[in-house]
Ligand binder design. Sequence first.
Ligand code: ANZ
Length: 873
Amino acid sequence: MRSYNHIAIEPKWQKKWGEDRLYETPGAVSGKENYYLLTEFSYPSGTLHVGHWYAFAVPDILARKKRMEGYNVLYPVGFDALGLPAENAAIKRGIDPRQWTYGNIAHMREQLRSMGNSFDWSREVVTADPEYYRWTQWLFLKLFGAGLAERKKAPVNWCPSCETGLANEQVLKQQRTANDGQLITVSVCERCETPVEQRELEQWFLKITKYADRLLDDLAGLDWPEEIKEAQRNWIGRSEGVVIKFEIRSTKSETNSKSEIQNSKHAPVTSYQLPVPSVEVFTTRPDTLFGATYLVLAPEHAFISEIKDQKSKLQFQIQNGEEVEAYIERARNKTELERVVERGEKTGVELKGITAVNPANGEEIPVWISDYVLAHYGTGAIMGVPGHDERDFAFARLHDLPIKMVVCPHYPTPTCPVLDHAYTGEGHLVGSGEFDELPSGEARRAITKHVGGTMTATYRLHDWLISRQRYWGCPIPIVYNPEGKAHPVPEEHLPWLLPDDVTDFTPKGTSPLGTSQELVARTERIFGKGWRPEIDTLDAFVDSSWYFLRYLDPHNDREFASRDEQALWMPVDRYSGGAEHTTMHVLYSRFFYKAMHDLGLVASREARGGSDPPQQPRRVRPSLATSEPYAVRMNRGLVLGTDGRKMSKRWGNVIDPDAEVARVGADAVRMYLAFIGPYNEAGHYPWQTGGLIGMRRFLEKVWKLKSKIKNQKSKLQLKSENVRQLIHKTIRKVGDDIEAFKFNTALSALMILVNAFEKEEEVGREHYETLLVLLAPFAPHLAEELWESMDQRGSIHSEPWPTYDRQLLGVEQRIVVQVDGKVRATFESVEDLDEAAIVARAQVLPALEKYLAGRKIRRTIYISGRLLNIVLE
Ligand code: ANZ
């Protein structure tokens, strides 16, 4: 028999599958349930790396198995082709980003094909194609029409190197060593790691915060891995609290507002018409209000600029104005490095000349400014409660401010001890007047009511900044009339094309689109003289917020996707992607989908109602099936270099998948990556060349096994009944494990089966065929070749997935093991063991080691097939 030669086999089958259009997926096939497997599409960054293989070739195993199970499987492919990475690379090489991007796509298509994936290439989507971005623009305008897109002046994260605004999500925290040797945390640009600055700019935002509650609450109805949901919850960061007003007074005089002074001079106005100057704080602990010993404003707080404003009605004399100015200046002018310093030390300056009145007890407390209070969280001001908040405690200690305990951990509370740190827990109130002795939970409500506080929620999530001052993006379809008012570009002018007369793409702080004469001429021609185009482009995350819908109807030139096609496929059954997209892309696209749902633009399978219940429950609560895009989201792990570090040119540890494919074949590379660890956990797996060779050997073994086939069609009686049982167990295990994305253990089961076959003198043809069918999703080329060589007609990939016979699996028992009556472990036993054997098995369970070590067993109680209780001396 010929030996296994992947070089001949793999291209041969890739070509044949393409010619046979084996993986083109119709919208519906009678008698088949649809299954939508989605993987995050790739940036056309140049060449494929191992990460791409891991992202696409491994989930292909599930796609193939589902197809064999009789599902009509959609496994699409596309390119997230606009955006910074492509543009930066294009600038570096001095070529047009368009040319660079499409060149890469052509190359990457070929590389992707070498994986032997079952992608439906007829549905390929490229976000840089005008046919695609026309619909991105159309959707943007829908959001604009619904008041969900707005242009406003706002401080934005500015990357001085990329010369563009960044969404909060595109800013990373990094540890760096400052000039003075201290370790500090710095906010840096996700792309180029340059520290970011803050700038006030007119920018476009999508109002994702309007959806914050739904994005948060609906997570509960999704059967996603808990860590992904938790990451989203933290990102949204809803915090329930209370806004409390503190009156501000001048320390010196009773008349403290300019209006009062002016009014008394000019017109007799009664004092109740005067606005009482005040500052609002946001707190999650109104029960600690009596313990507030000072107030802190963020240096950027509007109250401060109002005091300074000559025209303002407020007129307070800040006695240390210069010191305050200097502090604010320092906060503003700190180098990018220092600006985001998070040292233990909490600097600040008192605003001398004013005080705040604690609304609970009328006490006057000092007002400070400090950059430990964030301008854009809550109200940008806090009440300092050093007795019960760690940050406040540190601040109070440093600046010698009084520390008051008002919540006591113990009850009754004769005297409450002064601690050397803040007590942040619950307890009973002291020093809080009429509220003394109330439990803190109750006191929160009572005190809020007493001072007229407003219950509110504040979020970490901000509106999504979507305008970029860069060329290679989807043009924002907005034009401005001569008065500067924004108008949507009417639908008939979409796609609103990215001009191609721009020659200088280097970022200069304003979009290169501003240099396009064609764009201005086009705008004036259509809208009139003096009209100007928007020159910013959309963040690429907008492009990717809806691509999974375009796959459903990619050639539709009347709609972004027809409702009928959407109703066949949505929500996505399983979405696999990188952990780095848990909070940005996945949250953005959930928001997009919800907004589209509210605009009546989407349709889903579940909403069809009535007939044919899905064979397999889709794991999304029915009420959410129409407003959540992904039934299941899973994150994959990371493949590292052989040295355990991230693969990077810098470390010289990059594995070139093309070279490995040439050496051992795509099937071995696929199998190796499937075997490297559980796919659905955010693990880190170093590349081991030995493991790859091991996979290749395994495939050779399968190849050679063919010579052991007893070539008769009749059922062969295996010498060992155990092997027959093993086949059925393997069918079950491989099926279950693929479903759970545990490809590694599925492969182990196949290896055990192959080893068992090797020990037999002969292998029944039928059993060998079962092995090939089980192996086909993992090693699609080799399985197809062997299948053909066995004179089979048709593709192995169209074979039905084998079923197993429960009867043959043997007796199965799940034994619960208790130690002294407490459940400590469980294990499975396929055989019907007697008590002694069960005890022997239990004694070696790792989970029991710590309970049994050095102890003597007094007796055991065994309830057959169910429970073992070990009673110790
Ligand atoms: C008084 C207090 C007493 C607080 C106490 C906590 C404990 P989360 O849960 O993260 O929302 N805070 C409010 N706005 C802030 C801002 N702009 N910058 C920095 N800190 C701010 O935290 C809410 C708490 O963080 C608020 O409740 C406030 O401190 C602080 F025993 O108010 B607290």
